[in-house]
Design a protein around this ligand. Sequence first.
Ligand SMILES: Nc1nc2c(ncn2[C@@H]2O[C@H](COP(=O)(O)OP(=O)(O)O)[C@@H](O)[C@H]2O)c(=O)[nH]1
Ligand SMILES: [Mg+2]
Length: 357
Amino acid sequence: MKTAIIGLPMVGKTSLFTILTGVHEATRVGSMEARVGVAKVPDARLDALAQIFSPPKVTHATVEYLDFPAISKEALRDPSYLASLRVVDALAHVLRIFASDTVPHEKGSVDPVRDAEDVDVELILSDLVVVEKRLERLDKERKKIKNPELDHEHEVLLRCQSTLEANTPLRALELSPEEEKRIRGFQFLSQKPMLYVLNLGEEDAPRLRQVEDEYRAGALGGRPHTAITAVCGKIEAELAELSPEEAREYLQSYGLPESGLVRLISATYALLGLMSFLTAGETEVRAWTIPMNSTAVKASGAIHSDFEKKFIRAEVVNWQALVDHNGYPGVREKGLLRLEGKEYIVKDGDVLVIRHG
Ligand SMILES: Nc1nc2c(ncn2[C@@H]2O[C@H](COP(=O)(O)OP(=O)(O)O)[C@@H](O)[C@H]2O)c(=O)[nH]1
Ligand SMILES: [Mg+2]
């Protein structure tokens, strides 16, 4: 699963990318390539389970982030820029709220709602070009041959066209699964789920939750397939340099309960429709990524394709119960370890033991 970090110039994209993924690199002058990095999905449940099992290995779920050069009309016409943006699963748009005399804002003033609209317009226009080209070709083809498939595609694309012409991103267009499948191949940019990342200045850090709520209730809120999260890039950068103990104290000094990165990554994960189940033993404690509402047999396939093929049963226990009772013998004794079949819908935080042939 890939998430593109996008936005206008000088909004803090690269700073956030570096803190999220730990990838430092010399700046790419003039390059239109995105840089790739991997972020661990923070998971306190893994730490708690590791205390019980003391395994040599603790493995977090991961999300891939791509740091894109600033978005612009020119960028969206660059073939390599477009190609790498098309294949991502979600967009994280960094919106600048921090003010700075030394770092100029491209548009001369700080206005995150305007910036969100402006970037959406670029995505919309880019998609509109694709839709119009395809419609033109379809018209020609449909004159030559009668084919209900082509007619259907034509119909769906007309709906896309009128949505885009109304300045609405395709993520707001309701499509049936069948229609969605028909246009999937176009990899429309404005159709991708969108996380608005509000990048606050230090002075706003104590009001982080409040600012986030204000934007949710305001112009950016209530949009389909979008989410909003706030971070303070400056504080996060400083946190990255501190020990866990110092970091906790530093956060407290701003009245923050946790790092904004934790929430940013969790928000990305949720927007992508993902969740984790866990496995725990003496050799490894691990989080596995699956789509929400996956069955036990599908989940077992995330571990190994053989498990999915030869699945018999899953033993399931909630992670908290496993921690509270100090491991498997304890939950077995209390009757908290359940046997579930293929069709069981795995829940976030389930610890699974897969029985297979
Ligand atoms: N005051 C302040 N400056 C920031 C913050 N985030 C980034 N900057 C500065 O803004 C400039 C551009 O940051 P960068 O991450 O490269 O932005 P990008 O162009 O969006 O990738 C750099 O000089 C950063 O030090 C922030 O949260 N607060
Ligand atoms: Mg950058």
